[in-house]
Design a protein around this ligand. Structure first.
Ligand code: HEC
Ligand code: HEC
Length: 288
């Protein structure tokens, strides 16, 4: 029984590796610029921060087809912008026992939320953990509005997150690792990034560090950066959250996948966001 199981693993792994290696030289990231509406030039390639295993950090935009790239470059055509507009409605919506909306306290997001999307996850002293934008929204809903938390990926969570991150459109990602225990969480995230899991025995690095630029089946592997999240996925015809994407990638290795906002996925979000240091926030990015 055990033998059969192992054989299956080997067969699956080699199938996947053949899929990756078979088209090994089919092309890397395209050499083009992302300029939104011909006006806002995004930083989509930049020198990696100290301690990064690669020399250059590259946005996932460079690995997509010309059609997908064009959709993101035109804010009128970018289908993710509808999600951002919906997020603005949630921003102004009064909810909870205090009779307040986000706007009641934070007024115009275009000024109060600038830079938030480029600097999260951040250390959150009250809970002694890193916090991401989704969890900060929940904190404000519960503590400042007397409203219920959004459940993962439900109700206003994705649109409002996209709306807040979009206020940092073009701003380079930069995390503050000096606060609290951010460094320990970074280490934990790094460990998870390199940990091989699942029946296929693959880590994030197996695909996104060692094989980026190659094809895995029909998919062009990027570095797996999160600067475009929530991103609009054409395949799913909707906004996809960071933790949903992580869970999908882990599920593809045939491993058990951790819960959204668990310590594991928060550590991974922190570390993966850091790997994209210097890239512009592209929210809402457009991907296949
Ligand atoms: C009653 C006032 C109040 C309301 C209503 C409120 N917030 Fe806040 N918010 C705060 C305060 C105070 C802080 C700073 C301290 C903290 O983290 O609680 C804050 C912090 C934040 C931050 C972090 C900003 C940064 O610079 O890191 C975000 C993001 C945020 N709020 C989003 C929201 C959203 C989205 C809503 C609506 C769902 C909302 N807030 C509703 C008072 C409010
Ligand atoms: C079996 C290969 C494989 C593994 C292992 C894998 N991914 Fe992915 N991942 C993909 C593919 C394929 C895509 C879609 C194409 C792309 O953007 O690379 C993707 C996309 C992503 C994206 C979206 C990038 C963008 O620009 O929108 C992120 C983020 C990501 N992966 C993170 C991770 C993390 C974190 C891990 C480890 C927990 C991981 N992936 C493990 C194959 C993998």
């Amino acid at each position: 029984m055990h033998r059969v199981f192992e054989k299956t693993n080997v067969a699956l792994t080699s199938l996947l590796l053949v899929a990756i290696v078979g088209t090994a030289n089919a092309g890397g990231p395209v050499d083009e610029k992302l300029i939104i509406d011909g006006e806002l030039e995004m930083i989509t390639r930049t020198a990696a921060p100290e301690g990064h295993p690669l020399d250059e950090v590259i946005s996932g935009w460079h690995y997509r087809t010309p059609e997908t790239r064009a959709l993101e470059a035109d804010s009128f055509q970018n289908p993710g912008m509808l999600g951002v507009e919906l997020g603005e409605e949630y921003w102004n919506k009064v909810e909870g026992t205090e009779g307040k909306s986000c706007a009641s306290c934070h007024n115009d997001a275009a000024s109060s939320m600038v830079g938030v999307g480029a600097s999260y996850p951040k250390w959150h002293a009250p809970t002694s953990r890193p916090i991401n934008v989704e969890l900060q929204i929940n904190q404000c809903r519960v503590n400042n509005m007397g409203a219920e938390e959004y459940a993962f990926d439900k109700s206003g969570q994705k649109p409002l997150t996209a709306y807040i991150k979009h206020q940092s459109y073009g701003k380079p990602v930069k995390l503050d690792l000096e606060e609290g225990d951010m460094k320990a969480w970074w280490e934990k995230g790094k460990e998870l990034y390199y940990k091989r899991t699942g029946q296929l025995n693959l880590s994030c690095a197996s695909c996104h560090e060692k094989n980026n630029g190659k094809y895995i089946r029909a998919d062009h592997l990027s570095q797996g950066n999160v600067n475009g999240f929530p991103t609009y996925r054409l395949k799913q015809a909707g906004l996809i959250s960071t933790h949903n994407r992580f869970r999908g990638c882990i599920r593809d290795t045939r491993a058990e996948f951790p819960k959204a906002f668990s310590d594991e996925l928060m550590a991974l979000e922190l570390y993966v966001t850091w790997r994209g240091t210097g890239l512009s926030v592209e929210t809402p990015g457009v991907r296949q």
